[in-house]
Design a protein around this ligand. Structure first.
Ligand SMILES: [Cu+2]
Length: 175
């Protein structure tokens, strides 16, 4: 409730340039509405993946087991973990790191499980521009087959607090 009533003629129908801007916005909305499914089916855009409910505690246990059984090295105290071709890999997001470093082989297929232990993070694989929302309570499963080798950086692209900018990880793809 306002302190005093607005003048009776405060609401006027759109006119002149206003109409043009509303029209442009409407046309753009329609273009984007069609473009989104188009990109999904024909544009080789991001997979929507699969997702399952999982508690942060249970997901963390799977990550630890994955690291324990598949560790092949270490970089700056973070384990490098290589899943079996065709197997499952686990990546954990939490303020403010990605754990562990995952090592894959080019041309092989893996199921990459990603979840968060605390709040929402954004998985962004560079320089490929693959982006996924990572939420606590959900196991996001991406079926991936690396098509090029090298080192790929993971950055968090959802602001997640004071250390957000330091939240980086790595995926290594061998020939
Ligand atoms: Cu984050």
């Amino acid at each position: 409730m306002s302190i005093y009533a607005p003048p009776a003629d405060w609401l006027k129908a759109p006119h002149g340039e206003e109409k043009v801007w509303i029209g442009l916005a409407l046309v753009w909305c329609m273009v984007m509405t069609i473009a989104m499914p188009y990109w999904y089916f024909f544009g080789k855009q991001n997979s929507i993946g699969e997702s399952y409910r999982v508690t942060p505690i249970a997901f963390n246990q799977r990550v630890m087991k994955f690291v324990e059984t598949n560790k092949v090295g270490e970089v700056k105290g973070i384990p490098i973990v290589e899943p079996a071709p065709g197997g499952d890999a686990y990546l954990r997001a939490q303020m403010w790191n990605w754990y562990p470093v995952i090592k894959l082989r080019k041309g092989q297929t893996y199921r990459l499980h990603i979840s968060s232990l605390d709040l929402q993070h954004g998985f962004s694989l560079q320089p490929l521009n693959m982006n996924f929302q990572i939420l606590p309570g959900y196991d996001h499963v991406l079926t991936i087959s690396p098509t090029s080798s090298g080192e790929f950086s993971i950055i968090c692209n959802e602001f997640c607090g004071i250390g957000h900018h330091t939240m980086t990880g790595r995926i290594i793809v061998d020939e």
